[in-house]
Design a binder for this molecule. Structure first.
Ligand code: BMA
Length: 375
C-alpha cells in the first residue's frame, strides 16, 4: 500500500510536470512570424491554428456575443449569449470583432459595440479557449467619412503624405487597445488582425482603383512597422482579399511572405449557391497552394448567406460542400445585425435545423472542441 501511494505520487508529479510545460520552455525558435518580436503566446496561437487545421475547421462568427437577432448584450449582464449557441448549444470557436472607430478614440465601434464590452468578451472568450480575430473598417483619413468613401487616401498616409501624422495617431490608438487586452497573468492576449481586407474590390478607400497595388503593399508594411514600434507583439497578421478570379489576383496585392502570417479569402454567395460552392472550392485551392508554398495556415476569413433565409439547406448544400476537406483552419460567418442584415442563423430562422446537422459534422469544430487543441 505504501509503495502504491509513493508510485502514484511520483506519477502525478510527472503528469503535472508535463501539463505545466510552460510557454517559455516550449520550442518556438523555428517559428518565423511577420513580427519578429512576437510574444510566445502569439507563437503558441500560431501553432494552435496549425493544429486546428489538422483536425478540422473551426466555426467562427462575427460579433457572436455582442448581439444577435432581437437582442443586444446588456453591459450589466455577466452571462454571454450567442445566436449560434441558442441554435446549437455551443459557442463558436472563433470570434470576430471590428475595430472601426478605435482610430478616432471613440468608445463604441462603427456598429455601436462598445470597446469596453468587446474587451470584456475577448478576455472571457480567450479564457474559454476561443480564437479572436479583428477586422478594421476604419474611416477615410482624408475625408473623415467611412471606409466605403472611395476618395483616394492611401498615398496621403504613407511616409511623407499629408495625413501621415493623423495616421500615426490612429495607429497609436489602435495599439493602445491591442496592448490593453490582458489575460489573468497580465500577458497580452494573442489575436489575429486582418486589416485592409477585400482590397481587390473597389468598395473601400484602400481597394482596387483607389490606390495602386504598390501603395497598398506599402501601406501594409508601414502599418506593421508602426504597430511594432508601438510595442504591439500579440498579433498574427491575416491577409484576405475578396473572391479571386485567378492566382494573379492574389499576387497583385500580396505584401510578401515576411509580412503575413495567415492567408485568407472572403467569399459570399452573391451569385447563388451553386456558383458559391464552386467558387469556394477553386478559391480555397488557390490559397491552399499559396499557403503551402509559404508554409502558413489559411482560412475562409469571411463568409455568409447574403440571401439569408432563402435556402433552408444552405449549410449542408451551399457552404459545407465548398469547404469540406479544404484544409482551412476556420470559417468566419459575418454578423447577425438584424432581420434584413444577417449572414448566419438564429433560433427559428429558416436554415436553423440544417445548421444543427452541419454543427454535428465531425470536421466542424466548436469552442468545446477547439479549446482542447493546444500548441
Ligand atoms: C459590413 C456591414 C456593415 C458593417 C461592417 C462592419 O459588412 O455588415 O453594416 O458596419 O461590415 O462590421
Amino acid at each position: 500500500m505504501k509503495y502504491f501511494i509513493k508510485i502514484s505520487a511520483i506519477l502525478s508529479i510527472l503528469f503535472l510536470m508535463q501539463a505545466c510545460k510552460s510557454l517559455s520552455t516550449a520550442n518556438f525558435k523555428d517559428i518565423k512570424l511577420a513580427d519578429d518580436n512576437a510574444s510566445n503566446q502569439t507563437k503558441a496561437l500560431y501553432l494552435r491554428i496549425q493544429n486546428i487545421a489538422k483536425k478540422g475547421i473551426a466555426f467562427g462568427h462575427q460579433d457572436a456575443t455582442a448581439y444577435g437577432i432581437g437582442w443586444k448584450h446588456n453591459e450589466n449582464s455577466k452571462k454571454l449569449r450567442s445566436d449560434i449557441k441558442e441554435v446549437s448549444g455551443r459557442f463558436p470557436a472563433v470570434q470576430g470583432f471590428d475595430l472601426g472607430h478605435i482610430e478616432l478614440g471613440n468608445s463604441t465601434n462603427l456598429d455601436t459595440v462598445s470597446f469596453s464590452l468587446m474587451k470584456d468578451h475577448i478576455v472571457k472568450m480567450h479564457k474559454k479557449g476561443a480564437i479572436i480575430t479583428f477586422s478594421w473598417h476604419l474611416d477615410n483619413p482624408v475625408t473623415n467619412k467611412d471606409s466605403w468613401d472611395s476618395t483616394p487616401a492611401v498615398a496621403e498616409i504613407l511616409k511623407g503624405g499629408s495625413e501621415r501624422e493623423k495616421y500615426e495617431l490612429w495607429i497609436r490608438r489602435l495599439s493602445q487597445f491591442l496592448n490593453s487586452l490582458k489575460d489573468k497573468n497580465n500577458n497580452a492576449i494573442p489575436v489575429v488582425f486582418r486589416p485592409y481586407h477585400e482590397m481587390n474590390g473597389g468598395w473601400f478607400w484602400w481597394g482596387a482603383g483607389n490606390c495602386t497595388p504598390e501603395e497598398y503593399k506599402e501601406l501594409w508594411r508601414q502599418t506593421l512597422s508602426l504597430l511594432k514600434s508601438n510595442n504591439v507583439h500579440n498579433v498574427l497578421y491575416a491577409f484576405s482579399p475578396n473572391t479571386l478570379n485567378s492566382e494573379q489576383d492574389f499576387d497583385l496585392y500580396y505584401p510578401g511572405d515576411e509580412y503575413v502570417d495567415i492567408l485568407g479569402v472572403d467569399i459570399y454567395n452573391h451569385s447563388g449557391d451553386e456558383a458559391f460552392t464552386n467558387t469556394l472550392k477553386n478559391n480555397l485551392e488557390i490559397i491552399k497552394r499559396k499557403a503551402q508554398l509559404a508554409k502558413k495556415p489559411y482560412a475562409l476569413t469571411e463568409s455568409g448567406n447574403v440571401k439569408a433565409g432563402s435556402n433552408p439547406k444552405w449549410w449542408s448544400e451551399g457552404l459545407y460542400p465548398g469547404i469540406k476537406d479544404s484544409g482551412i483552419a476556420w470559417v468566419l460567418l459575418w454578423r447577425n445585425a438584424r432581420v434584413s442584415h444577417y449572414f448566419s442563423t438564429y433560433k427559428q430562422e429558416a436554415s436553423a435545423n440544417d445548421f444543427k446537422e452541419f454543427e454535428q459534422l465531425e470536421e466542424i469544430l466548436f469552442l468545446n472542441e477547439v479549446k482542447k487543441i493546444s500548441y
